[in-house]
Design a binder for this molecule. Structure first.
Ligand code: PLP
Length: 470
């Protein structure tokens, strides 16, 4: 310990010693994960009951902190990296990403301006261009054209930024009451939240009908927009869902782009989860028409082995985004910004401060290589397809929706009660964890394949349980 200013700062040697212990703890956690129940069984308040009511007055030993992870924390965790985790959508993690985050924390830099750490900005721009290439995104999203990419904390923030940019393009500083936003009733709740946060009334959001596959009907979008335009309102933003949260339904991006273009509205494509599948050339058809979108986002922190938080957000034209979000106080003025030759990412997001998040994406891409990332997504998508085929052939189960990617939705033929009971029984085994949704009013079980540890044998084990308990 180094106590030059009276505080017990760690020396680099302390960091080395305790860092080894922390990494050892992390490796042991992963080694023992499969043997643990997937979710926690603690009662509300249990965690707080384990903790002292007041903070410690004197410094505590690091060993005691690690010991409390086992005593207080892990018993009360849902183990998102467990190979039996099939709930929600997976949250990405991998060794290279974890260590890059450790280094990012060690550096402790803020990348709000290019000048506050050029490497943070330039690495981010470069890695987002790499991602655009890996996903086969249109040229217009590259930083070398009028657009470019940025890392947001989440897809929710990407949608909010798209709305704020579209709002600016449609109405500058306001008023905003005539602006209208469109998305399907299957869209993620973050679209409605963005509408509220951006200061629009909830009625300014129009819900587009969906077809039998739960994808937006472009004819209905066209009707809604035409009626609004005829009433003197301003169609401002269309959010197309590239993989809805409930069932990975795929909105027809091209047809929606045509309708949006007729009214000069901004088209944002939300590929939070499913966007990672664009890595696979054989699946690029899912985003036909993306070359006419104004913005697109996908989350490496869901399907691409990168720890939360990491959402990649691209715009075809950075000008409206920067115009909407740039506020330059005196204390941030600097020569590089004034030169106009650099990107200041604080103008591409809501907060000012920003972590060095590109580091983990850079580590992941380089450690796996494009080939390794494709193999990961392709393999687990094939596992989901295999599971879907088994469900389709089962006498007491039915598929509830198309399953183009890595998510399978199904229900029991005996109805909602039987489906709900099946979910409860599956989760009660402690070996797997699934969640549910409602499609067409029906209770539906969801199986999302995709943690770093999930292999064929885990999906086989899940199937054995489903078959036994259905
Ligand atoms: N959009 C879709 C389609 C999603 O599935 C999700 C989350 O599952 C989100 C947005 C929100 O993602 P985030 O947690 O990154 O805000």
């Amino acid at each position: 310990m180094d106590a030059t200013d009276g505080a017990a700062h760690w020396t680099p040697d302390d960091l080395r010693r305790y860092g080894h212990a922390a990494v050892e703890w992390a490796a042991r956690y992963l080694e023992t994960l499969e043997a643990r129940p997937v979710t926690s069984e603690v009662e509300p308040g249990w965690v707080r009951d384990q903790l002292p009511p007041s903070p410690p007055e004197a410094p505590e030993a690091f060993e005691d902190l690690l010991a409390d992870l086992d005593r207080v924390v892990t018993p009360a965790l849902s183990h998102w990296q467990h190979p039996g985790w099939f709930a929600y959508f997976p949250t990405g993690a991998s060794g290279p990403s974890v260590l890059a985050d450790l280094i990012s924390s060690t550096l402790g830099v803020q990348g709000m301006l290019w000048s506050t750490s050029p490497a943070v900005t330039e690495l981010e721009t470069h890695v987002l261009d790499w991602m655009a290439e890996l996903l086969g995104l249109p040229e217009r999203f590259r930083s070398t054209a009028a657009g470019g990419g940025v890392i947001q904390d989440s897809a929710s923030s990407a949608t909010l930024c798209a709305l704020v940019a579209a709002r600016w393009r449609a109405a500058g500083d306001g008023p905003f009451d005539r602006l209208r936003v469109y998305t399907s009733g299957q869209a993620h709740s973050s679209v409605e939240k963005a509408v509220r946060v951006a200061g629009l009334h909830p009625d300014q959001l129009r819900l587009v009908d969906v077809d039998d596959a739960f994808a937006a009907r472009p004819e209905h979008l066209a009707e809604l927009m035409a009626a609004d335009a005829a009433a003197g309102l301003v169609p401002t933003l269309v959010v197309a869902n590239l993989g809805t949260t409930s069932s990975t339904a795929l909105d027809p991006v091209g047809a929606m782009a045509d309708v949006a273009a007729e009214h000069g509205a901004w088209l944002h494509v939300d590929g939070a989860h499913a966007g990672a599948h664009l890595l696979l050339p054989e699946l690029r058809w899912i985003a036909d028409g993306l070359d006419r979108a104004d913005s697109f986002c996908m989350n490496p922190h869901k399907r691409l082995l990168t720890n939360f938080d990491c959402d990649c957000f691209w715009v075809a034209d950075r000008q409206p985004l920067v115009a909407a979000l740039s506020v330059l106080p005196e204390y941030l003025r600097n020569a590089a910004t004034e030169s106009g030759a650099v990107i200041d990412y604080r103008d591409w997001q809501i907060p000012l401060g920003r972590r060095f998040r590109a580091l983990k994406l850079w580590f992941v891409i380089r450690s796996y290589g494009a080939e390794g990332l494709r193999r990961h997504v392709r393999h687990q998508t094939a596992l989901a397809q295999d599971l879907a085929a088994r469900i389709a052939a089962h006498p007491r189960l039915e598929l509830s929706a198309p399953h183009p990617l890595d998510l399978v939705c199904f229900h029991h033929v005996d109805g909602d009660e039987a489906s709900e009971a099946l979910l409860t029984r599956l989760n009660a085994t402690g070996r797997v964890f699934l969640t549910h949704t409602r499609l067409d009013g029906r209770f539906v079980l969801r199986v999302a394949v995709g943690t770093q540890a999930t292999e064929a044998r885990h999906v086989d084990a899940l199937w054995a349980l489903i078959d036994e308990l259905a």
